[in-house]
Design a protein around this ligand. Structure first.
Ligand code: ADP
Ligand code: MG
Length: 708
């Protein structure tokens, strides 16, 4: 916890070095990921209780959480008939009134613990006032004369606990750790930089024991406590408002450490990796653009200028291209590929699904064939070229040159393209489409391929800025912030299930007028556990009936690749008018004549995912309709869905999604867990993250000038 760069911090001492922690307790603490003194000091309380003044039991209010302090005047087990279930009940008295507390599953230890005469703190929400009653309260024994100052007469922390470890024991341990180690908690070195003379005194949270002056902050407008102060404040705040100040201080340290890692990785990469010259000469680009059939938007052109700069630059490109669904990222990918191809390098384009890889293969073949550029496909089930085994031929070695002199080609594939274990010849540029389907680690393996092609990562899920600066912090960002013209508008409606017959009438009408529709359900099969969630295999027949005589196709992940491809081809050719599908069609699929998207059980999808699905329509000149069906009873879900009714702006939707579901849900636990933030909040902390980025940069610059 002192500067992370100090490996021999005394705080790294094992938790057993604290008085009162033997093997048994250490085992319990390990369950909470507490192994060292530092882990304990950074164990963030889950809530706080103001114990300076307790509420008289008499003043308890219905359904309002409160803490009272009372002595047990009666206690005992109540058995129901046959003794199968037993309830434990005890009655507390604080001199103003009586409070009943009940536990519906009596445990053997309760009778010995809750004995008449003992005094407890009781926290919970009363569910009745006559008599006053709280079920399953949190309780804490008040031991006479013992550490009164730690546990009561103050704002007391309640930490995350585990069976066998009480709030009181945990609090006492943290207190003890602070007593012994507080003076050893150092501010990290970045906060001691002699920048612009900003040596500011501590002005907030004068925790009793902090003798060290704080030596930051770079922005005189925000004063933050020294780290040692902050650690004390997060556990034992003087006022509840201290907690957030302390949290921000500790979060800033986390974010600076994270940003320092990101930026130094990037600097190391730039120092070691030489770029291949891939900016091209327009020889293929000119005829390509002339034949394309539309003019690039200003946003597309702007982004391409950034990419061309990177491809001709000194360091390999590492760029993230964000553009809402339908903004025309594929054309940008094609132009970028042509630049590398013109320079004599091959290009790999990776898609997250076979459907998408094949769609790209069709498009790019159509575009590139006339230019004389070879396009190859490699997916799990289809290959148009032989795999070259990865006997690592150093590039340019005579052997490699004599065996494979293919002209520069475009290789398209799923990630099988890269897991197949071969090196593509003369690879100059890698493009990953729809990045959010690839994990960060997959991106990393690409980067670690040994030689360094340029990398362009494309995503249609707008990434909230907090995540852009952390998770994608080592990439430069380009944004396509403009839609191609000539698109019909998309209207979005949220409807209850009872409107379904009308909705199907509406779909028939649209199909009769020549359009096509997607009908999406959350599941492939009906699961026994979740009978309410509709599944494509079950609904298929009734959709066919509802839309007959029009033809309906079925598409889900368990259909064999050849079958999927056949169905998509029929849908593209309007031989099938409606497609019943899972969210498999979420990414990339492009059929401009499809103008209706019906999604049932919409509450089972994330907002960003629904926005993706909606992006499948509105691609042609006709007006499009997205209808989200969700049960009426579920009001919360409905209001969440209404965000989609109100806006088509992917950024707004992504931020709302992040707020509602948290980064874990949005990114997958693995990705967000990798950041290990105890205090930082990826939903709220944009300003801190920005500040941390600047601080990390200053810090690294400073270290470098010191070294050189
Ligand atoms: P996404 O960004 O979601 O990958 P696509 O690249 O699939 O979007 O583009 C969606 C559709 O818009 C395609 O049919 C594509 O041909 C078309 N398109 C792309 N750029 C333009 C443009 N500048 N003007 C008109 N149509 C365009
Ligand atoms: Mg796309």
């Amino acid at each position: 916890m002192s500067a992370p760069e100090n490996p021999i911090s005394p705080l790294a001492a094992p938790i057993t070095s604290l008085w009162g922690v033997g093997e048994e307790r250490a085992r319990l603490l390990a369950r909470l990921d507490i192994f060292t003194v530092e882990d304990l000091l950074l164990h963030k309380p889950r809530r706080y209780e103001d114990r300076r003044k307790f509420l008289p039991i008499r003043d308890l209010k219905l359904k309002e959480a409160a803490t009272v302090r009372g002595k047990i005047v009666a206690a005992g087990v109540k058995r129901f008939r046959k003794g199968v279930r037993a309830m434990f009940e005890c009655v507390f008295d604080d001199g103003t009134a009586l409070l009943h507390c009940r536990w519906w599953q009596a445990q053997p230890w309760m009778e010995d613990w809750f004995t008449v005469g003992r005094e407890f703190l009781v926290f919970g929400k009363p569910d009745s006032l006559r008599p006053r009653n709280i079920d399953h309260p949190e309780t804490e024994l008040v031991e006479p004369g013992d550490d009164e100052f730690i546990h009561v007469n103050r704002i007391a922390p309640v930490h995350p606990l585990t069976d066998g470890l009480t709030a009181r024991v945990m609090r006492a341990l943290v207190w003890r750790a602070l007593e012994k180690y507080e003076t050893q908690i150092e501010d990290p070195t970045w906060s001691k930089l002699p920048v612009a003379g900003c040596r500011l005194p501590v002005e907030i949270g004068q925790a009793p024991r902090a003798e060290k002056p704080s030596t930051f902050n770079l922005q005189p407008s925000t004063l933050l406590p020294a780290r040692a102060n902050a650690v004390r404040m997060i556990h034992f705040p003087e006022e509840l408002t201290d907690v957030e100040i302390a949290r921000q201080r500790l979060a800033l340290d986390e974010f600076v450490a994270l940003q320092t890692r990101i930026q130094s990785r990037r600097r190391k990469f730039e120092a070691s990796a030489k770029a291949l010259p891939c900016s091209g000469d327009n020889r293929l680009m000119k005829p390509f653009l002339a034949a394309l059939g539309f003019k690039l938007t200003a946003a597309q052109t702007h982004v391409l200028r950034e990419i061309r700069g990177d491809l001709g630059g000194a360091h390999p490109m590492r760029r993230l291209l964000q553009g809402d669904v339908g903004s025309g990222k594929t054309a940008v990918a094609a132009c970028s590929a042509l630049m590398a191809l013109e320079s004599g390098f091959s290009v790999a384009l990776m898609a997250p699904t076979e459907i998408l890889a094949e769609q790209h293969y069709r498009n790019f073949t159509k575009w590139f064939d006339p230019l004389g550029v070879k396009v190859e496909l490699q997916t799990g089930s289809k290959k148009t070229f032989a795999v070259q085994s990865s006997t690592s031929n150093p590039e340019g070695s005579p052997k490699a040159a004599s065996r494979l002199p293919p002209p520069a080609s475009l290789f398209i594939g799923t990630h099988a393209l890269f897991t197949a274990g071969f090196d593509l010849p003369k690879l100059g540029l890698v493009i990953i489409d729809e990045q959010h389907k690839f994990g960060v680690s997959q991106r990393e393996t690409l980067v670690r391929k040994g030689h360094y092609p340029h990398l362009l990562v494309m995503t249609a899920t707008p990434i909230p800025r907090t995540l852009g600066l952390t998770l994608y912090g080592d990439l430069d960002v380009s944004v396509i912030d403009e839609m191609p013209g000539g698109r019909g508008a998309i209207k979005t409606f949220v409807r209850a299930t009872d409107k379904l017959p009308k909705v199907f009438d509406f779909i028939r009408e649209k199909i009769a007028a020549g359009r096509q529709a997607y009908i999406v359900y959350p599941r492939v099969d009906v699961a026994d556990t979740d009978k309410d969630i509709k599944a494509v295999t079950k609904e298929f027949a009734s959709v066919q009936k509802a839309l007959s005589p029009f033809k309906v196709g079925l598409l889900h992940g368990r259909i064999k690749p050849a079958g999927k491809e056949a169905i998509m081809a029929e849908f593209c050719a309007n031989q099938i008018q409606a497609l019943v599908a899972t969210s498999l069609i979420e990414v990339g699929v492009d059929v401009p004549n499809a103008t209706v998207m019906l999604i049932e059980n919409a509450e089972y999808f994330g907002l960003a995912q629904l926005h993706q699905l909606r992006g499948r329509i509105g691609r042609g000149a006709h007006e499009s309709f997205c209808i989200l069906i969700s049960d009426k009873q579920n009001e919360e879900a409905q209001s969440r869905l209404e965000i989609l009714e109100q806006t088509g702006d992917g950024f707004k939707i992504a931020e709302a999604d992040l707020k509602l579901r948290g980064p874990g849900e949005m990114l997958g636990q693995q990705q967000s867990g990798a950041m290990k933030l105890r205090f930082g909040n990826l939903v709220e902390d944009l300003n801190l993250i920005r500040q941390a980025r600047d601080l990390a940069k200053l810090h690294l610059d400073f270290r470098r000038t010191k070294v050189s």
